[in-house]
Design a protein around this ligand. Structure first.
Ligand code: ACO
Length: 165
């Protein structure tokens, strides 16, 4: 499995992965906005056991992290934000999400001077909560009531990045 920066040509495949794994979906232009504005913050996991033999072969994207810098941080502190993360069911528990997150977090500090990274996650999302809290070290900062379109509350989470500098 290869972890590399998201390219514009990956976007339809990433969008398909997102639709398969999560109910929070985005227009193509929102992915493009991330890729063009913060080109080293979003990554894909590619299954290289199926190599591209011709330029027309499609890469097999099995996971992605879509990330950005907060553009107008209300606290005035530069910080990153994880817009979306998912890994295909067939490729879970291989450490891909952890690797995708760590790559993005490193680029947030090194290139963009981020002091911390934030995200939202469904209160019921046991797998993602374990990844963020136990594996990566995020902390729950609070709850946002009815954050999701179906009425579920979100945990607002944050992880300090200053130790990466
Ligand atoms: N149950 C408990 N702990 C888990 C689980 C699980 N199902 N999945 C991951 N973890 C924890 C474990 O501690 C794991 O370490 P271990 O395997 O050594 O025990 C650690 O996280 C790292 O796991 P990874 O293998 O890196 O995680 P994976 O690649 O399987 O992806 C993810 C995890 C992204 C949550 C995946 O399950 C998924 O795509 N779920 C559906 C989409 C989703 O919920 N995305 C997050 C939404 S929030 C947002 O996008 C900001």
């Amino acid at each position: 499995m290869d972890i590399r920066i998201l390219r514009s040509s990956d976007i339809p495949h990433v969008q398909q992965t997102n639709i398969t794994n999560l109910p929070e979906n985005y227009f193509c232009k929102y992915y493009m906005y991330h890729a063009l504005t913060w080109p080293n913050l979003s990554y894909v996991a590619v299954d290289v056991s199926r190599p591209q033999k011709t330029p027309y072969d499609q890469p097999k994207i099995v996971g992605y992290v879509l990330a950005k810098m907060e553009e107008e941080p209300s606290d005035g502190i530069p910080h990153g934000h994880i817009t979306s993360l998912s890994v295909m069911r067939t490729h879970r528990r291989l450490g891909l999400a952890e690797k995708l997150m760590r790559q993005s977090q490193r680029a947030m500090t090194e290139t963009w001077g981020a002091k911390y990274v934030s995200l939202h996650v469904r209160e019921s999302n046991v797998a993602a909560l374990a990844l963020y809290r136990d594996t990566l070290g995020f902390k729950v900062m609070g709850t946002e009531a009815k954050y999701y379109a179906d009425g579920e509350d979100a945990y607002s989470m944050r992880m300090d990045l200053e130790h990466l500098l």
